[in-house]
Unconditional design. Structure first.
Ligand code: SAM
Ligand code: SF4
Length: 313
């Protein structure tokens, strides 16, 4: 059964990260196509009643959607939900961190792909690094702990910054997770489609820091380490060098109302207009489908899920 639900509340974003969205030509979903908060709440309640324990709110950029704090406050009150988290690019965290904590959000992941202002601007196509670092510090101050940084390493662009990232999290006693870049269809990748693997990153970190493996980590498909002598950690989402489809218990809800059992799903179940009983039945069917894919490896070839911004990264 599914244990973890990722909910995309919008397909919109104030950034255009090079590995996630094309610079132009994005077909935005209309207001009517996007699920209303009450519809999303009904799906989350059904999922929690079915055994989902952890919900992550994501997008697009979830904090650009109006009313997000009140929505999170309602999700936080769902009985049985053990962990409520949010993934954000951090641009609006200085404004919202405290309110989100008060609303009942447990913790945040903030995406940050460079500590060099120019490289950061290049990767996000216009982002301001200072804003995001201030957002991370606001999240730490608000107690949205443990704050985790999500970093996608791109060969020749930011792969020289691995130690800088570790220094950054050690200074703040937070964690960084390196995510291997996945080749989704919406974004054109270089023909050689290189990514930086977990082993490559570990080799670099161990030149300066000692790592202690955390055996029983709560990250699910990721692997995690303590950075010895600090309150910081490092994790890896290595979907390409170490595929984790076999232990994945994730379900996704897209902003326009599709339940997807996998980020590689070719089809989704459209839940708008369904009763909670029908949604529950669909979830059971999707869980059965998913378990029959045990030996499968994601190949990112789906036309339905053409980018993480569309299906909720
Ligand atoms: N806008 C928010 C953010 O950036 O954190 C939430 C949505 S974003 C799609 C969620 C995560 O997906 C980010 O950490 C981003 O780095 C990651 N992501 C997007 N496209 C990716 C790709 N092609 N490969 C690996 N990670 C990707
Ligand atoms: Fe926006 Fe997040 Fe995608 Fe970057 S990774 S374009 S911030 S949705």
């Amino acid at each position: 059964m599914f244990k973890y639900l990722r909910v995309s509340v919008t397909d919109r974003c104030n950034y255009r990260c090079v590995y996630c969205m094309p610079e132009e030509g994005i077909c935005k979903q209309s207001h009517e196509q996007i699920m209303r908060y009450e519809e999303i709440l009904s799906v989350i309640k059904t999922a929690v009643a079915q055994g989902v324990e952890q919900v992550r709110i994501t997008g697009g950029e979830p904090l650009v959607r109006g009313g997000i704090v009140d929505f999170i406050a309602e999700v936080a009150q769902i009985p049985g939900l053990k962990d409520l988290t949010l993934t954000t690019n951090g641009t609006l965290l200085t404004r919202y961190a405290e309110a989100l904590k008060k609303a009942g959000l447990n913790r945040v992941n903030v995406s940050l792909d460079s500590l060099n202002p120019e490289t950061f601007k290049e990767i996000t196509r216009g982002g301001k690094l200072d804003e995001v670092i201030a957002g991370i510090d606001a999240a730490v101050a608000a107690g949205l702990n443990p704050v985790k940084i999500n970093t996608v390493l791109i060969p020749g662009v930011n792969d020289g910054e691995i130690i800088n990232f570790i220094d950054f999290v050690v200074a703040r006693a937070i964690s960084v997770r390196f995510i291997e870049r996945m080749p989704f269809k919406a974004v054109e990748l270089p023909p050689d489609d290189q990514f930086i693997s977990e082993n490559q990153v570990l080799a670099v970190i161990s030149q300066k820091y000692q790592l202690e493996k955390i055996d029983n980590d709560s990250f699910g498909p990721s692997s995690a380490y303590h950075i010895a002598g600090s309150g910081a950690g490092v994790g890896f989402i290595s979907s390409r060098s170490r595929p984790f489809c076999q232990c994945c218990t994730r379900l996704r809800l897209t902003a326009d109302g599709y339940l997807l059992p996998c980020l590689d799903s070719e089809v989704g179940v459209y839940v708008r207009g369904m009763t909670p009983e029908q949604i529950s039945e669909s979830m059971t069917q999707l869980a059965e489908q998913k378990s029959s894919w045990q030996k499968r490896h994601a190949c990112y070839a789906s036309t339905f899920a053409s980018s993480l911004s569309k299906i909720g990264g």
